[in-house]
Write a protein that binds this ligand. Structure first.
Ligand SMILES: [Zn+2]
Length: 400
């Protein structure tokens, strides 16, 4: 019989040397992965990644548009759909989530035309690279461009890697007439300011910190321009990853933090049980597996059980399922589909959508393997087929 896993008494903030365990100094301006499941890339790994890796990545087949269809997303909802949680995969790790159209003033108040809209890791550029004439190029188009988006209330960034924090997209979002609020983990203030986001629109959070966001929304079926408030709580959550935007960043302690994000609708106490929640995992690994090691015998990242415990589960989780081979190099930083099914269970998700695949060829697994492996992994651990899915790009999923 296996020994039950140890419980962490204060899951919200692990401390080491009197400071959060992911801080490497008292100032909180350099970070590390505090997990037993983490492994730093050694110099041999770095040489492989820099000089050999891209030559071993697959070439996209000519029929990509049939393999991963791209749809034009819908942004307006009527009738009972207005009260559902909506999520649209826009390609790679980009998602638009719309919470149910419900006000904090209760169901007897006028109803808002829409729920709060949160855009995660938006990337609509042709490449995820420091330059737009070289570097990783899209193999599938994005579902839309910034100009096609409806009003966005919050833009939420997981970390500074080029495939999650895209300067071109952020510049366009920051220049919108109705400027969204931008949320990012510690250490990302200056980069967002340099992309044209104004200081009063940026909110920088540490793991386990939360902000409450209130959005005035026009009232439904009304000729005048009266508004009702809709609200949500946004919490920065831990994960296992790294950061960096240039070659030398590989050899230093990260100066900015990586994170996932939890969103929870805010409703009056009497209706609190109805509040919908979503979890965006950002970019994360689950364990670090060396060649020849049994992945079932290495430690796994405890962050996800802590997140599941802290929030009591989620209606929807957006989980990465791609960029996982070769396992030796990728497992510390990226989940395999099998790892993602474990995270699904750890965070107590009711539904999930796979992301971080089908958009750029970053690693050596065949391009269509992530959804195929996900199906097998779900079967193996007893997750029902329609609970953890891959969608078309631009397909809107609705959750009761
Ligand atoms: Zn990353």
């Amino acid at each position: 019989m296996s020994t039950p896993r140890a419980k962490v008494s204060n899951p919200h903030r692990l401390q080491r040397n009197g400071r959060p365990s992911h801080w490497v100094n008292d100032k909180g301006n350099a970070f590390n992965n505090p997990w037993k499941s983490w492994r730093n890339h050694d110099w041999r790994d770095q040489l492989y990644i820099v000089f050999k890796h891209s030559r071993q990545c697959p070439t996209p087949p000519p029929n990509m548009s049939e393999l991963i269809p791209v749809r034009k997303p819908t942004w307006t909802f009527e009738g009972p759909d207005k009260l559902k949680l909506k999520a649209t995969w826009l390609g790679h790790a980009s998602f638009l989530v719309e919470l149910p159209a419900r006000t904090i003033e209760g169901s007897s108040a006028s109803s808002p035309r829409r729920g709060a809209r949160i855009l995660f890791d938006p990337l609509f550029s042709e490449r995820c690279s420091p330059i737009q004439w070289a570097g990783f190029k899209r193999i599938t188009p994005p579902a839309c461009q910034v100009e096609d988006l409806p009003d966005i209330d919050a833009v939420v960034i997981s970390h500074d890697h080029y495939d999650h924090m895209d300067e071109g997209t952020i510049r366009k979002l920051a220049a919108l007439p109705r400027i969204p609020h931008f949320f990012a983990p510690l250490g990302n203030l200056n980069i967002l300011l340099s992309f044209g986001v104004s200081q009063h629109s940026v909110h920088i959070l540490d793991w386990w910190e939360s902000r409450r966001v209130q959005v005035p929304v026009l009232v439904s079926d009304s000729e005048d321009s009266s508004h009702v408030p809709v609200e949500f709580d946004l919490t920065c959550t831990p994960g296992q990853h790294n950061v960096g935007r240039n070659f030398t960043d590989r050899f230093k302690h990260p100066k900015s933090l990586w994170a996932g994000w939890a969103v929870k609708e805010v409703l009056p106490d009497s209706e609190g049980a109805k509040a919908k929640s979503a979890y965006f995992a950002g970019d994360t690994g689950y364990r670090a597996v060396l060649d020849g090691q049994d992945e079932e015998k290495v430690p796994v990242c405890e962050a996800f059980e802590q997140i599941g415990e802290a929030f009591g589960g989620f209606d929807l989780a957006m989980l990465p399922i791609g960029a996982y081979l070769p396992q030796r190099f990728m497992s510390p930083v990226h989940c395999s589909p099998k790892d993602s099914t474990r995270i699904f269970k750890d965070v107590k998700a009711k539904h999930a959508i796979g992301m971080h695949w089908g958009t750029f060829v970053l690693t050596t697994e065949p391009i269509m393997d992530p959804p195929a492996r996900l199906k097998e992994a779900c079967e193996a651990v007893g997750i029902e087929e329609d609970s953890f899915v891959c969608t078309d790009i631009g397909e809107v999923k609705l959750y009761d």
